[in-house]
Design a protein around this ligand. Sequence first.
Ligand code: ADP
Ligand code: MG
Length: 293
Amino acid sequence: MNRPARDAAPLLSVENLTVRYQLGRGLTGRARTLTAVRDVGFTIGGGRTLGLVGESGSGKSSIGRAVLRLAPVTGGRIVFDGQDTAAFGRRTPLSFHRDVQVVFQDPMSSLNPRQTIATTIAQAVTRHRRLSAAERDREVLGALDRVGLSGYHRDRYPHELSGGQRQRVAIARALAPRPRLIVCDEPVSALDVSTQSQVVNLLMELQRELGVSYLFIAHDLEIVRHISDEIGVLHHGRLVESGPADQVYRHPSDPYTKALLASTLVANPVRQAARTARRRASAGTGIAPGGGL
Ligand code: ADP
Ligand code: MG
């Protein structure tokens, strides 16, 4: 996973980011706020992946949304391709909408249930480019092919596909404008374990092919490890640890990272089964390790 950085200057630079939400007035009439992210910094180079992990409520999605300009940046700054995004003001340039895409956890709710897959992807393909009908159809087929779907899936509706296939459609849609960065907010958390690794592998292949960068958010350190060049660990809105993926995974220095690692190891059914088998074997029960997987 130690790929060299392709660009000297990072594509995305998040500096001392703070995200604070206004919660309205409490009973005392005083305005209340909730600080979801405090003083967080990281960079992502071209063609690279930063994995962001932390338990539910730790501020992961707030960071992803801040990058997408959908959450309030109340401190620090976010620089994309050399441009401070705060300078955009209320008018986010079309180029930024094209360059920074998102894949959410639940494709069922992010895809329009009344639209065929072809219509969904065609909209994404033509949003930033003028194409003839024939060019558009070719692009749609190419986009499906790239994520491992075929012409058969073109005229299906989201409910006719499996969870993994739907997530492939969401990835095809995100890639259609040829973005430079995709915020992947728990894109495999709703999928079963074998489908998770297929979708993670697909994202990695697409990165090699297209050079796109990922901000990959998950609550599972095990998943983030495979796709990430660097990993950041969030706890209560703060980055408690960050560094090269293997280093964070193999030699975590923060106690919270260690706890997170221990919990994901137990939550992973394959590893759990292997551990149980080893325990049984060492207890001399005669049950062969690896059975029942
Ligand atoms: P994660 O993605 O790690 O689960 P989030 O970024 O969604 O965490 O949430 C971090 C904290 O911010 C949580 O306490 C959550 O309740 C709060 N929060 C998230 N979005 C909003 C919002 N739009 N308004 C107020 N509070 C929010
Ligand atoms: Mg979230």
